[in-house]
Structures are given as structure tokens and as C-alpha cells.
Design a protein around this ligand. Structure first.
Ligand code: KIV
Length: 253
């Protein structure tokens, strides 16, 4: 499959765009051989790879390490990297962090959470300097402490209205695509209809222009039950446990 670029991705509006997260070289090598449209090195790596409580603990340095590993494994995929918490608290800092991440990992785009005025300004500046940006609204895990937990957004008219305004503002600022995380299905559907750029949903129903899932949830690689919007296609945690236990038992005999 040909490596996509931002123009190809915009044309995939309403075409069921498929995105998975990835954090390591071996999995990236596998995904590189599939029809997957885009790979996201999400800061969710803090939760599923590094065992942090929240993504707030993830650093720019860690994003670079994992981003470079995925790039080496998947040279033929459109690669997006998350700007981590604390690396874009001002426009100046965000420009510096994104440029560093973009240059050192050779990714094709960066993603950042939120749509406050300074973030819109940052997106404008980044896209003007040639760094494609994916937006992210709804549940923004880096703000978990400010939000007061993980929950569905857009459940009342005021919140739905706010999300629609944020989505339009992100599009106007220059985003090529927007992640809608845990947005009420009817609101995510409405936003997807209004926007010209593709929306990528997670826990936001099935009417967005694409879907993204954390690969560790999809394959159930960890001991915890994945979020309810993700139906795992395997239980690799249990499978690996059984195989390792069998290996240990066989070795002892
Ligand atoms: O960090 C991440 O993996 C993400 C996706 C869940 C969208 O932001």
C-alpha cells in the first residue's frame, strides 16, 4: 500500500479511515505490512507501556524514543506523534517541542490536545512552518485532573455546542484531521457532517470518518479490562501467560 500524505487523508473523509496506536519496532514492522492508514504513537504509551497512572507523566524524551522505534519499523506508514503534557504550555514552547519531535523521529504529523486560543495559535504556526497537526477534543486525557476524570463529553446542549465550536476552530486553524475521544455519538456524528476534514473517533460511535484504537486494548495485551468501547479481538495477555507457564513447567521436568 502506498504511503499516504495529508492530501490523501483529507480525501478519505467518510471512507472509514483506520488508525492504530503503536509503540515498538516489532509491532510497527508488522503494521507496516498491513493496509492500516495511519499509525499513532500516542502518549497512551505512558499507561500501557510505562505503567504510569496517567499520560501527564510522559515526557518529550520518551515520545522521541518510542517514536523513533516505530519509525524504524514502519517507514511506509503515515506516522503521527503526540505532543506530551507540559511540552506545549505556550506557543513558543509548543513550536520548539513539535519541531524537535518532528525532526528527530521523522514522523509525518503531530497531535495535540485541546482548542484553547493559544493552542489554535500554535496549530496555525505549526502548519505554516510545515508541520501537519491532528487535533484532539472531547476527553483529553492530559487534562484528566482539570476535567475531574474520564467521561463522555457532549451530553448536554451547551457542551455539544462547545465541542462543535472547538472542532470548527481546529479546522480553521489548519488541522488536517481531528480525534474525537469519548464524544456523545450524536454530537460526533454532527461534527463529522459539518467538518470538511476527517474526524477520527474513539469511544464516539461509528459515524466518524475513521476510528482509532489503542493496539494494546485491541489485542488485550495487558491484565486490565480494556475500555468498554473496545472489543478485543484476542486475549494475548492470557495466551502469553499460559505459554510461559507451560514453558517453565516443561523446563523444570
Ligand atoms: O494517546 C493516545 O493513544 C491517543 C488516542 C487514544 C487517540 O490519544
Amino acid at each position: 500500500m502506498k504511503k499516504l500524505n495529508v492530501r490523501d487523508i483529507k480525501k478519505l473523509k467518510q471512507k472509514n479511515i483506520q488508525v492504530l496506536t503503536c509503540y515498538d519496532f516489532q509491532t510497527a514492522s508488522l503494521l507496516n505490512q498491513t493496509d492500516l492508514d495511519m499509525i499513532l504513537v500516542g502518549d497512551s504509551l505512558g499507561n500501557v507501556v510505562l505503567g504510569y497512572d496517567t499520560t501527564v507523566e510522559v515526557s518529550l524524551f520518551e515520545m522521541e524514543i518510542f517514536g523513533k522505534a516505530v519509525r524504524r519499523g514502519a517507514p511506509d506508514k503515515f506516522l503521527i506523534l503526540d505532543l506530551p503534557f507540559g511540552s506545549y504550555s505556550t506557543v513558543h514552547q509548543g513550536l520548539k517541542s513539535a519541531t524537535k519531535l518532528f525532526q528527530s523521529t521523522k514522523c509525518e504529523a503531530i497531535k495535540l490536545e485541546g482548542a484553547f486560543p493559544y493552542q489554535l495559535k500554535l496549530i496555525e504556526r505549526l502548519t505554516q512552518t510545515g508541520i501537519p497537526v491532528m487535533g484532539h477534543i472531547g476527553l483529553t486525557p492530559q487534562s484528566v485532573h482539570q476535567l475531574g476524570g474520564y467521561f463522555t463529553h457532549g451530553k448536554n446542549e451547551t457542551d455539544a455546542d462547545r465541542l462543535m465550536k472547538e472542532a470548527l476552530a481546529l479546522q480553521n486553524a489548519g488541522c488536517f484531521s481531528i480525534v474525537l475521544e469519548m464524544v456523545e455519538e450524536s454530537v460526533a456524528t454532527q461534527i463529522s457532517r459539518e467538518l470538511k476534514i476527517p474526524t477520527i473517533g474513539i469511544g464516539s460511535g461509528h459515524k466518524t470518518d475513521g476510528q482509532v484504537l489503542v493496539i494494546n486494548d485491541l489485542l488485550k495485551l495487558g491484565p486490565k479490562i480494556p475500555p468498554k468501547f473496545c472489543t478485543p479481538i484476542a486475549d494475548l495477555y492470557e495466551m502469553k501467560k499460559v505459554l510461559i507457564e507451560k514453558y517453565l513447567k516443561d523446563q523444570r521436568q
